[in-house]
Write a protein that binds this ligand. Structure first.
Ligand SMILES: Cc1ncc(COP(=O)(O)O)c(C=O)c1O
Length: 348
């Protein structure tokens, strides 16, 4: 039985071209700046995102942490969304390791924080308050359904930050999904950020790695922070080689994942007992619910029924489920998933 793994786009395996590039990669010691493949990946990343410099890091979590630790000192405050990955899923790293105080603002259903909420969260100059230092955006916004922040919103948030003398960090784990969904150059989404993290190991299918981008000065400082965290990886050109293939060949095809996600969502909306807002599906992430008055079906039964049919998904809370489309999911897999869901919901 073929396994259709819709838990996350992080489950993607490297493509044959990536494996070939990995085995042929020219290598050196990256902590001495001597790995030519990493240097090339960093150049391409900086060029694509319109930033002066870029740096390979082991994971998105470490990339975000490096940015907050580089921008902020102990006792500084970061404004970020209550549904943001940095707040929700990164083990409180900024507080645990940096003594940084998170100030959370409600993410609206479309993934944005209201600019007025951000504005009122900025602290005044008072000895009682932590010093506000950084605002963090997330694009696409994972927990808000992979929703997309448009360039105008990002620019307005950056202008607000600037007005208050603050910095703007962008968790762009899936920034290329946002750019593809909006059909714009990714630079329009990154231009206003002082720092940016994006992942190679999600929809772009590389096995490992994320990239931190920013000014040359910022990235030089971020290299020190990476060293502190033990993130200097020596001959990591073996993974950077896959990252180069990811950036050169895997961005445009994200549009297929978005079409598959939309078709999956529309199919789910037609299944009795399930509910989904199809208008919220903009990229490759969908969330759906078991309908309240149809709760003869438990979360466990739905998961087990699908697992028995080779389909994996995430249960993110009572009656709440997530599916993510990616390179290893075809349109046929979407049809198979919808047939399985229909069967399971009918109790077949
Ligand atoms: C929005 C967002 N930011 C950051 C990360 C962290 O990436 P990693 O799993 O590489 O640490 C993720 C992972 O899913 C994510 O969805």
């Amino acid at each position: 039985m073929k396994i259709i793994d819709l838990r996350s786009d992080t489950v993607t395996l490297p493509t044959p071209k990536m494996r070939e590039a990995m085995s042929n990669a020219k290598l050196g010691d990256d902590v001495f700046g001597e790995d030519p493949t990493i240097n090339r990946l960093e150049e391409i990343s900086a060029e694509k995102t319109g930033k002066q410099a870029a740096m390979l890091v082991p994971s998105g979590t470490m990339g975000n942490l490096i940015c907050s630790l580089t921008h902020c000192g102990r006792g500084d405050e970061v404004i970020l969304g209550n549904q943001s990955h940095m707040f929700y899923y990164e083990a409180g790293g900024m507080a645990a390791l940096g003594g940084i105080h998170p100030h959370i603002i409600t993410n609206q259903p479309d993934g944005k924080m209201l600019l007025s909420d951000i504005d009122s969260a900025v602290r005044g100059d008072d000895v009682h308050f932590p010093r506000t230092r950084l605002i963090c955006l997330e694009n696409t916004q994972n927990r808000c359904g992979g929703s997309v922040l448009e360039p105008e919103y990002c620019d307005s948030a950056a202008a607000l930050a600037k007005r208050h003398g603050l910095l703007l960090h962008l968790d762009g784990a899936r920034i290329f999904n946002a750019a593809v969904a909006l059909r714009i150059d990714v630079k329009k989404l990154t231009r206003s950020a002082d720092s940016l993290m994006f992942c190679l190991s999600k929809g772009l299918s590389a096995p490992v790695g994320s990239i931190v981008c920013g000014s040359s000065e910022f990235v030089a400082e971020a290299r020190r922070t990476r060293k502190i965290l033990g993130g200097g990886m020596r001959q990591a050109g073996v993974i950077a080689a896959a990252g180069i293939v990811a950036l050169e060949e895997m961005i445009d095809r994200l549009a297929e994942d978005h079409i598959n996600a939309k078709n999956l969502a529309v199919g789910i909306s037609r299944i009795d007992g399930l509910s989904i807002d199809t208008s919220k599906v903009q990229t490759n992430i969908i969330y759906f619910d078991l309908v309240e008055d149809n709760r003869h079906m438990t979360d466990e039964q739905l998961l087990t029924g699908l697992n028995e049919r080779g389909i994996k998904l995430l249960n993110l809370g009572p009656a709440h489920f997530r599916m993510v489309t990616h390179y290893d999911i075809s349109s046929v897999d979407i049809d198979t998933t919808l047939t399985a869901l229909t069967e399971v919901m009918k109790g077949a």
